[in-house]
Design a protein around this ligand. Structure first.
Ligand code: NAP
Length: 280
């Protein structure tokens, strides 16, 4: 059992990413360009509204323009796609984020895929997903990119390690599995039909929790010395990992809040600035 545990401070990682963006935003301004992120929110889910507000505020603090499009919950797939196409064609908009999840009657995949690949700063299109799997995505999904940025910031080795990802969603579990694989980890991706989940986690050097269930990962599943990245964000600011129970076993772990969350927002800002520079 490890005696000292490294807390992977997402706020610190995010602050450094944002600091590096400041000069780039200023340079774009000298060319008359203000990076702009358009955020689409369908319906009135309070959690989604909070996320969108947080992203808008983060843009403002960095001098990135944010355009917010609020649509009623009864919006059809066709109406949503028409809004996305208008933003695709707007030269002053560099990134488009469609807040997930949208109302159930909407074909979310069709809506995501309507986003131009040049403006897919959240890495949600099928094309962006494929590029990520091949390892050359311009804009990988923000939360997976955040997880990799934290590993990189703390110089935690990935190559040759056994990484167990719990969750296989198209925006999180699958792309982070691909990114870990592309950095030469041996990856096991678990999901709700996985048999012997605890057995897999017990052999992991790196555990990524992306389940969407509060305190799902238990302390006695953790191999002593494992690195834990908790992407979960459940009601009451609770992660997918039982933090206290895992503390005695992990060598390094992200807290919730102030772990993966702030770095995810920083990656979104970075991708928006990248997109504005690419357009120039
Ligand atoms: P999701 O689409 O609901 O996917 C959850 C995944 O967990 C699915 O693949 C599901 O398996 C799997 N799962 C559910 N119950 C399981 C069980 N008992 N055993 C093993 N696997 C199980 O969720 P998501 O969008 O990927 O988000 C996951 C978590 O990350 C949530 O807490 C969310 O709030 C958080 N999140 C955080 C950020 C951030 O910025 N920090 C961003 C996005 C999401 P099946 O595929 O078999 O159903």
């Amino acid at each position: 059992m490890e005696s000292r545990m490294l807390i992977l401070d997402g706020s610190r990682v995010a602050a450094e990413i944002k600091e590096r963006l400041e000069g780039r935003v200023e340079k774009l301004a000298t060319h008359g360009i203000v990076p702009c992120l358009a955020t689409i929110l369908v319906g009135d889910d309070p959690a989604s509204a909070t996320y969108v507000r947080m992203k808008g505020n983060a843009c403002k603090r960095l001098g990135i323009r944010s355009v917010r499009v609020d649509l009623p919950s009864g919006t059809t797939t066709e109406e949503l796609i028409a809004v996305i196409q208008a933003l695709n064609e707007d030269p002053d908009v560099h990134g488009i984020l469609l807040q997930h999840p949208v109302s159930r009657h909407i074909d979310e995949r069709a809506a995501f895929d309507a986003i131009s690949i040049d403006k897919d700063v959240d890495g949600v299109t099928t094309q962006g997903f494929a590029q990520n799997a091949f390892g050359f995505a311009a804009f990988p999904s923000c939360t997976p990119a955040a997880i990799m940025a934290i590993l990189d910031y703390y110089k935690l080795p990935v190559a040759g390690k056994h990484a167990v990802v719990i969750g296989r969603s198209p925006i999180l579990g699958k792309p982070v599995s691909a990114m870990l694989l592309n950095q030469d980890a041996t990856v096991t991706t678990c999901h709700s039909k996985t048999v012997g989940l605890e057995h897999h986690v017990r052999s992991a050097d790196i555990v990524v929790a992306a389940v969407g269930r509060s305190k799902f990962v238990q302390g006695d599943w953790i191999k002593p010395g494992a690195v834990i990245l908790d992407a979960g964000y459940n009601p009451g600011n609770v992660g997918d990992v039982d933090y206290e129970a895992c503390l005695p076993y992990a060598s390094a772990m992200t807290p919730v809040p102030a772990g993966v969350g702030p770095v995810t927002i920083a990656m979104l800002l970075k991708h928006t600035v990248d997109a504005a520079e690419r357009r120039r």
